[in-house]
Write a new protein. Structure first.
Length: 105
């Protein structure tokens, strides 16, 4: 499992403050490369910003799940109840891949 944000750093209390320093070039390349070189990955895109990355993903080779961002400001607009963790595991199992144990130890 790889958890990847489009912008990997910010200044304290300044959301997206590092959005113009090149992080998106890097993270877009990671997403595109994974999509091109692998099969049966699950891409979970939470929020409008993440969903813009769908153009980088081959939906014929991978599972793409989308929902509202889980932040307190928008979680009730589609994140709650989306069941992305169980849907991801169902997709993996259906493709002969061991499901992920999402529980914290």
């Amino acid at each position: 499992m790889l958890l990847l944000k489009a912008i990997l750093t910010v200044r304290a209390n300044e959301p997206a403050s590092h959005s113009k320093i090149g992080w998106m070039n890097f993270t877009d390349a990671v997403i595109k490369t994974l999509s091109e070189q692998k099969r049966h990955l699950v891409f979970i895109l939470w929020g409008k910003f993440a969903q813009e990355k769908i153009a980088l993903i081959d939906g014929n080779k991978h599972c793409i799940l989308q929902a509202a961002h889980p932040s307190p400001f928008s979680a009730d607009k589609g994140f709650f109840g989306c069941k992305h963790f169980s849907k991801a595991n169902e997709y993996l199992a259906n493709n002969g891949i061991e499901p992920i144990d999402w529980k914290l130890e």
